[in-house]
Design a protein around this ligand. Structure first.
Ligand code: ADP
Ligand code: MG
Length: 593
């Protein structure tokens, strides 16, 4: 008897569902894609409890006949391709014919659909992928898909779902991708009974402003580059608006959102050395290319694609960004050939260790806080360094090295602190060391239920938050206030920052708050409780940076405070703070023993 069996369709669908639909956001993605493919001009997405209770997508697209509605739930049932050759010129978002069958197999679903110019439409009810009832009824043109009891028959997956705010964040990310690529469609989003988006059909430019706000749009730089039939069009941010994560990097291939790290890197490279290594530019790129030059069928969720000639596309991105940056005079003089990053690496490698007090980075644009020497000072004087106020100015140049030798502390590359210890040598990463100090300090306040000292702003800052930032803020307002922020809420998602932690520089209040919210969201999987996450976010964002030069007094103070913490060896995310080299290890390396 044969051991191998062909799986029955309901099991095959459940397996496929594992790939295509892993959380509410991916279901919404598939349903909205179907609505777009059906040429809807208006799409309404309704969510209850982050999609765990209900997801509904309503469109006014072409609808389905009764026969098609039945077929749509079969695996590999699609109206979008008919033959293998169709795979070479796909203009629709879907084509694999898997989504409806997969989603239906892990939920209770209802489909209402009606063709144009028909009075009566079809209502199908499904349970775990099986059609349990079928009716005819009067409907408007278009399709309504309602998904309930998601993953009720795959408990492992259901248990894997995260907090509502996290799942909602993923949903909003997915929706935003469609908002940007389909400005001609009106999108309405209703979250737990509240209409959170209503974006009327608009031009591309208007749509960007609708989604991110007018100011964000006004700060963007338009780019366009063509090569034969390939057209790249898009918008990039000013270098100083680069962020700590990739959330606002959008790449579309023929209006399909894709993820492609190499192309994101090309954009980054296009800025030359204007963006710091740990930052990511924000951009929205639309690449239009003949479908036969790409393979979109390399990934079940169609997020990744393969280009016939990726190098050409890479250079198209790179040169489009370079040209735009030169034109905007963001850089005074720009050398096309020099790879600034590689260059920096090489110098770093071959320079002997030295004690430097001058910032090593080339002059950047004003507004980039990394290069703002004032901020560094404030951070020190107010936070936790007991540094005499004029120390920074008075000890300059060579003097430092003499001092350092005496105290046996040296700063190298404005990044690491070296010190001799009994058993050998330690190297301390200054940024993570300070992060650890600030983290424990704030936690101490929070755990003792005391408020971190705060400063009232003379000019309170009004801020329009993006929804995902707003959700994190509302969830953590209590903690933010404990660490020194005072935030009033106006209507909608407008807030006023009235006070900030004492050690945040005035003028940076909006920036640091956004960075904290951002950081909180991007570290969703961390092991910490919310208040620890807020403390970690604040510590990371307010700590001295790699690149800040430190005086001897500052170094001493930092090292003292570091060793007074509970866990001096690891930063809040588990990165090492201190590396030691034993004397024996050094002796061995030098072949003394
Ligand atoms: P695919 O989109 O890859 O073809 P799906 O499982 O998502 O596969 O959908 C199967 C088929 O059902 C589609 O090819 C389309 O013909 C039909 N369909 C799905 N959703 C809609 C909709 N909202 N409006 C009209 N037709 C739809
Ligand atoms: Mg589809």
């Amino acid at each position: 008897m044969a051991n191998i069996k062909i799986l029955p369709p309901n099991i095959a669908n459940k397996i496929a569902a594992g790939e295509v639909v892993d959380r509410p956001a991916s279901i919404i993605k598939e349903l909205v894609e179907n609505a777009i493919d059906a040429e809807a001009t208006e799409i309404t997405v309704t969510i209850l409890h982050a999609g765990k209770e209900m997801i509904q997508v309503v469109d006014n697209g072409c609808g389905m006949s009764e026969e098609d509605a039945n077929l749509a739930f079969e695996r590999h049932a699609t109206s979008k391709i008919k033959s293998i050759s169709d795979l070479d010129h796909i203009f629709t978002l879907g084509f694999r014919g898997e989504a409806l069958a997969s989603i239906a197999s892990v939920s209770r679903m209802e489909l209402k659909t009606c063709l144009k110019n028909e009075q009566m439409g079809t209502l199908l009810k499904l349970d775990a992928g099986n059609i349990i009832s079928k009716n005819k009824l009067a409907l408007n043109q278009g399709t309504v898909v309602t998904v309930k009891n998601l993953f009720y028959n795959t408990p492992a997956r259901r248990n894997f779902l995260r907090a509502d705010s996290t799942e909602t964040n993923h949903i909003l990310k997915a929706l935003k991708q469609f908002f940007l690529s389909h400005p001609d469609i009106q999108f309405i989003v209703i979250n737990n009974g509240e209409e959170i988006f209503n974006l009327p059909a608009a031009s591309q430019d208007e749509r960007i402003a609708q989604v991110f706000g007018q100011k964000f749009y006004d700060d963007l730089v338009y780019i366009r580059e063509e090569l034969n039939d390939i057209v790249l069009e898009g918008y990039i941010c000013q270098p100083e608006n680069a962020r700590g994560n990739t959330a606002n990097q959008f790449i579309y291939l023929n209006r399909r959102s894709i993820v492609n790290r190499s192309l994101s890197h090309a954009v980054f490279q296009g800025y030359g050395n204007l963006i710091e290594r740990s930052k990511y530019p924000q951009f929205i790129m639309f690449l239009n290319i003949s479908p036969n030059l790409v393979d979109v069928n390399v990934h079940p969720t169609k997020m990744e694609v393969r280009f016939a000639n990726e190098r050409v596309i890479y250079h198209l991105f790179l040169s489009a960004v370079r040209k735009a940056i030169q034109k905007e005079e963001m850089v005074p003089e720009f050398s096309m050939q020099s790879g600034p990053r590689e260059k920096e690496e090489i110098t770093n490698h071959f320079q002997p260790m030295r004690f430097s007090r001058t910032p090593q980075k080339k002059a950047l644009l004003p507004g980039n806080d990394i290069e703002d020497p004032d901020q560094t000072k404030i951070t020190f004087s107010n936070t936790s360094f007991n540094k005499p106020s004029d120390e920074n100015e008075s000890s300059a140049g060579e003097e430092t090295s003499t001092h350092s030798v005496q105290a046996a502390l040296w700063q190298v590359h404005n990044r690491y602190i070296l010190s001799q210890i009994k058993s050998g040598l330690v190297v301390i990463d200054q940024h993570v060391a300070h992060e650890r100090v600030l983290f424990e300090r704030i936690l101490r306040f929070l755990e003792e239920d005391r408020n971190v000292p705060s400063q009232q702003l003379l000019f309170p800052q009004t801020l329009d938050l993006a929804l995902e930032d707003y959700l994190v803020l509302s969830e953590n307002k209590e903690w933010l206030e404990k660490i020194g922020f005072s935030i009033a809420e106006l209507s909608g998602r407008t807030i006023v920052i009235e006070a900030i932690p004492a050690d945040v520089k005035v003028g940076h209040e909006s920036k640091i708050l956004i960075q904290i919210l951002d950081y909180y969201r991007e570290n969703e999987g961390s092991k910490y409780q919310p208040h620890e996450k807020i403390a970690a976010a604040f510590a990371c964002k307010n700590a001295i940076k790699s690149g800040d030069s430190l005086s001897l007094v500052e170094m001493n103070s930092l090292v003292d405070q570091l060793f007074a913490t509970k866990e001096p060896y690891f930063c809040p995310h588990g990165r090492p703070v201190i590396i030691t080299f034993g004397l024996e290890e050094l002796d061995k390396k030098f072949k003394r023993i």
